[in-house]
Write a protein that binds this ligand. Structure first.
Ligand code: ZN
Length: 185
């Protein structure tokens, strides 16, 4: 949920709404985790996966790729939406697409500042159920969900908390994911 996918060079449909739904979801889960006498700290860790491109990334039209330049390191377009910043933790923030010659739709192999991949951290934290939201359904969301599923996680897609490039493609991707065993919630 980076600015270039919300109101920037690759602004997607339902993006602002997806951010609001995500905040609502995190808040609900957070308070549920603190119900009763036992406060379970970080029962629902929130992880961020960020497109993080150099200015000459191979996916850009300027380099012969399919997309307009977006999420260039150090620009506003590469920043997480302000409403989500309170939930950002460095160790749980993963970057992808940072190598000029490599396109990465999936966040599965994204790495944090310590060099750990999303997969490694999920494994270390002994997490089995992953709830996914983000932008865009047809590309990064779908590829991330599919990789998580293949690796054996239970994957839940927050269907109101996703933005998309194009409505028909969005619906098609939802159908594909559901068929594969991803649960839409
Ligand atoms: Zn990208």
């Amino acid at each position: 949920m980076l600015y270039d996918f919300i109101d920037g060079s690759m602004a997607c449909a339902n993006a602002e709404n997806a951010v609001a739904e995500t905040v609502k979801y995190i808040e609900d889960k957070g308070s549920a985790a603190q119900d009763g006498d036992d406060v379970i700290v970080a029962a629902f860790p929130t992880m961020f996966v960020c497109d993080h491109h150099p200015s000459d990334h191979c996916s850009f039209t300027t380099q012969g790729g399919p997309w307009p330049p977006h999420c260039v390191q150090g620009t506003r377009g590469a920043e997480i939406h302000d409403d989500l910043k309170p939930y950002v933790e460095e160790a749980l923030t993963f970057y992808k697409g940072y190598r000029k010659e490599k396109e990465q739709y999936s966040g599965f192999e994204g790495i944090n500042d310590a060099g750990q991949s999303l997969y490694e951290v999920l494994d270390i934290m002994d997490i089995h159920n992953v709830y996914v939201c983000g932008i865009a359904t047809e590309y990064c969301v779908k590829n991330t969900c599919m990789d998580l599923l293949k690796a054996g996680f239970n994957v839940y897609l927050l269907k109101d908390a996703i933005g998309y490039v194009e409505h028909e493609g969005h619906l098609k991707a939802l159908e594909e994911m559901e068929k594969a065993g991803i649960r839409l919630v």
